[in-house]
Each structure stands twice: as C-alpha cells, then as structure tokens.
Ligand binder design. Structure first.
Ligand SMILES: NC(=O)c1ccc[n+]([C@@H]2O[C@H](COP(=O)([O-])OP(=O)(O)OC[C@H]3O[C@@H](n4cnc5c(N)ncnc54)[C@H](O)[C@@H]3O)[C@@H](O)[C@H]2O)c1
Length: 477
C-alpha cells in the first residue's frame, strides 16, 4: 500500500489493470465492502478477481494485501512478480490521509501489517525494484528474465542496473550497447567463455597495471569504441580488472559483469568498485564504475574448485553477519539452496551500495574482516588467497568486537566450509604495519568494522594497536 504499484504498472503497459480499481467497479468502494462484509469476504472476492485478471494476461497491479492469500501466492508462481520494495514509513506517509483505504487508518497497525507482509513479498517476488525508481529502465530486463531467474534493480548515484541471479542467465540479453568484447581468464575460458576475445592468466597476479595495459592494447587492436562494451566473465580478478579497463579505456565504456565464482556472485561483481593491485598494496589503483548489468549464472559454480567454493563462503558468512535476519539463519543452517544464498547476499550488497556507492559511510561495513585480511594477503606476497584471508580476518574482527561466542560459532562454520581458522606463517609486526597502510585509514587512524551481533555492524570504529596485535597473534593458536 502506497509503494506506487498502480503508477509502475501503467509505466509497464498502457493496458495495465489495477486489481483494486476493478474490484471497486464491480463491488463499489472497498472501504464500504470492508465495513459491510469484513476483510475475510474481501479477500475471498479479491482472490477470484486476481486469478481471473492473471489468467487474462498483461500487467496487473495487485492490492498490497493480496499476497496474504495462499491461493493468490500459488497463482502468482506462474507469472513474473515484481515487488516494489519500500520502507514502511515512506508508504505510511503516502497513505496516512487516505479515506479510501480501510487498512491504513492507524500508523502502528499499518507498520505491523507491512512488516508481516514483507516476507511474503520476498517469497513471491522474481524481481525487486526500489519503490522510489521508475520501472521503465528495468522493462527490457524484466521481459527477458528467464523463468527460474530473479532480479534485483540496483540504484546508485553512478547508474542503475539489473543484478540477475539464476541458472543460465549468462546468455540473457543485457542492457548494454554495441559490440560485446569478452575478457576472461584461462580457466574460465575453458568452461564458460570459449569465444572470449581477451584471455588473462588466472589468479590475483593478473590484477595488475601490466594486465590492464594488455587489455587496453587488445581493445585498440580490436577497434573497440565507446559505443561497445566489455563483458567480464570470471571471478573477482577478472571482473575487477575488466571493470577497471572499462572505466578507463577512452575514459569509460559500458561493462557487463558475468561473475563465475561465489566470491564474484555475492560480492565482487556488484557495486562498481574496480581496480588493480600494486606490488605492496592491494586494490590501490582503481575507479568507481557501475556495470550495465550483473549476470550471476549459478550454473557456472558447478565447475568451481572446492577451494574457491570455500573462499566464497568466507564472503557469504561475512554478508550474513552484516545482514543478520533470515540470511544469517540460512547461512548458519547450512541447508539453504545455493541460489537463494547467492540472491540474498547479492541483495544485501545492492542495498548497502545503494546507500553509499562511493564508500564514504555505510558501504564500509562490507569491509568487515577485510582490514586484517588484506594485510595478511600483502605480507604473504599474495600467496595467502583472499577467501582464506577473509576467514582469518573475520575471526580477528569478532575478537576485537568482544564477540567471543559468535567468534566460536563463526570459527566452527569456517571450519565446516574448509576455511582456515588458524595461521602462523606471518610476522606480526609486518601484518600490523600493513594494516596501518589500509586504504580506509584517516590520518593515523585505521577504522575497523565491528560487530555487536548478526545484523548489527558498525564501521569506522577505533581499535588500539595492542588489541589488534593480540587478536592477530591469536591466529597462530
Ligand atoms: N570489487 C569488489 O567489490 C570486490 C569484492 C570482493 C573481492 N574482490 C576481489 O576479487 C578477487 C577475488 O575473486 P575470486 O575469489 O573470484 O578469485 P579469482 O577471480 O582469482 O578466481 C578464483 C579461481 O577460480 C577460477 N574460476 C573462476 N570461475 C571458475 C569457474 N566457474 N569454474 C572453474 N574455475 C573458475 C579462476 O580462474 C581462478 O583460478 C580479489 O582480487 C578481490 O580483491 C573485489
């Protein structure tokens, strides 16, 4: 109620119908019907009407409470369902003076109903759009969305784009112009990108300016212009490098990211941070460059080596800690369907980035565990991979947060996923030095992300050197 469904439906189609309006044409004002017959009778009639409208085809704007009826939820399974995600306060402000909405009479009741319905919207939605945006730019992706796929519409100050998760979505049309030029690495080419134009060596050692120069040169050789776009098909190394080359080649062209690792699908490919490493400093050169689309094809994960799946779980556990709620529960249970986990993590990342795409505030929570992780990576000369480093970094962050029980729980979860929970091949002073060089430092102060509980994470926290030393040293145990 108040999310803007009728307006969005009209944007989607001139012939869109509004279920509440049709109801009123047939039965008179909804508020009168409620007063005379009650909500149960209304829901019964509403169900008949919605099923009829859905069967007739086209675009239908549903009433806000329609999802509460199990029969409607069943009927929706055969249709593309778009959820305009709004917060309760915004919607309440839009409807509080309405005289025609019987369920929008008092604020508390409205908010309670809103929160009760939220998981049902979540359950039926194939596509999630922020209620504040116009639906038009999303239409081409919505029309092309494969049946088993789900989409989140990401909005940032640097552009808006679809993040699609599902089997087979790597080949779906993306909203990007001109010739696609695929960049991949040697492993991914073999499985998922045999026709790629540009192939880099696999691994972090390729995330360098030298590789970027090679890609730029290849683009020149191929006659690529700003009207064309790049496709980064691979893990975070490929998508970070491809995004960086897209941001800089001829001062910027479009990029479609097709992440093929769990790390890429839940994190790296989303949010527009692109870049390369310098020998002593990870991710030190880069640009914010939002992609035109992110196509996370979960089938590509089938060929991922076990160590890389484990690396992805470090980021999944991190994202679960940030999001809390149902995602944390799913991560803890360990039984959730892979696609659901990827989708929920991608959604968390989209939400965090939407609030702060240039990393000035809230986005820094995504760095949970990463301050020490990056330091460990640098000190190991990048022999320690990112995923295992994040696992260790999370344990340090949880100790610094004073979350001993949660640390023990996370340690067990990391163990179960085959990630390291102890490590001794480092010099503590070197790690502390590298931590102090963290990009996020402001003057002498390196801000940490600390956890008060799942879903309750604070960035920009001050921690004294002595505590960091103890928490890092503890990794040797
Ligand atoms: N930009 C961001 O916001 C962001 C966020 C998190 C991580 N990152 C970056 O991502 C990088 C790590 O990414 P990653 O963990 O995906 O590593 P990666 O790109 O090196 O991929 C890991 C390995 O898996 C192989 N591989 C990829 N997909 C495969 C598939 N489907 N089947 C078989 N093999 C496959 C690769 O060839 C590589 O050997 C780091 O550089 C990190 O800094 C960036």
């Amino acid at each position: 109620m108040g999310a803007g469904k009728s307006t969005a439906a009209r944007q989607a189609s001139n012939e869109a119908v509004d279920a509440d309006k049709v109801f009123e044409e047939r039965h008179g004002p909804i508020s009168d019907f409620f007063a005379a017959h009650g909500e149960a009778a209304f829901r019964e009639r509403e169900e008949q009407l919605v099923v009829e409208l859905l069967n007739a085809g086209g675009v239908v704007a549903l009433g806000g409470g329609a999802v509460e009826t199990p029969g409607i939820r069943r009927a929706l399974a055969d249709h593309l369902v778009v959820w305009l995600d709004a917060d309760a306060e915004t919607c309440w402000r839009r409807v509080e003076h309405s005289t025609t909405r019987p369920l929008a009479r008092d604020r508390d009741g409205f908010v309670e109903r809103f929160e009760r319905r939220r998981p049902l919207y979540e359950q039926v939605a194939h596509a999630i759009l922020p209620a504040a945006t116009t639906v038009r730019p999303a239409l081409s992706t919505l029309r092309a969305l494969p049946r088993e796929a789900r989409m989140i519409w990401a909005t940032t100050s640097g552009g808006e784009y679809p993040v699609v998760v599902g089997p087979g979505v790597r080949d779906m049309p993306a909203p990007a112009s001109g010739r696609p030029i695929t960049v991949t690495d040697e492993h991914v080419r073999e499985h998922w990108a045999p026709d790629a134009e540009i192939v880099i060596r696999a691994g972090e050692s390729s995330k360098t300016l030298a590789s970027a120069e090679r890609v730029w040169s290849e683009l020149v050789r191929l006659g690529v212009t700003r009207g064309d776009h790049l496709r980064g098909v691979g893990g975070g190394v490929v998508t970070d490098l491809t995004g960086f080359c897209a941001a800089t080649y001829q001062r910027g062209l479009g990029v479609v990211q097709v992440p093929t690792t769990l790390v890429g699908q839940v994190d790296a490919a989303i949010g527009g941070k692109t870049g390369v490493d310098l020998p002593g400093a990870k991710n030190y050169v880069g640009a914010y460059h939002q992609p035109r689309a992110v196509l996370a094809d979960v089938l590509t994960l089938d060929t991922l080596p076990a160590t890389e799946v484990a690396a992805g779980w470090a980021e999944v556990i991190k994202t679960g800690l940030i999001a809390g709620g149902s995602l944390w529960e799913a991560v803890v249970s360990g039984t959730a369907v892979r696609e659901d986990i990827v989708f929920a993590c991608a959604r968390t990342k989209v939400d965090v980035v939407a609030a702060d795409d240039r990393d000035d505030g809230r986005r820094q929570v995504l760095n949970l565990g990463h301050t020490v992780a990056h330091a460990l990576e640098v000190v190991s000369g990048y022999r320690l991979a990112h995923g295992p480093a994040v696992a260790l970094g999370l344990l340090v962050a949880l100790r610094l947060s004073g979350q001993d029980a949660l640390r023990a729980q996370v340690k067990e979860m990391l163990d179960a996923r085959g990630l390291p929970t102890s490590y001794s091949d480092f010099d503590t002073d070197a790690v502390l030095d590298a931590t102090r060089r963290d990009k996020k430092r402001i003057g002498a102060h390196v801000p940490f992300v600390l956890v008060s509980g799942p879903g309750d994470v604070r960035h920009g926290q001050k921690v004294d050197d002595g505590s960091v030393r103890v928490a890092v040293e503890e990794l040797r145990v």
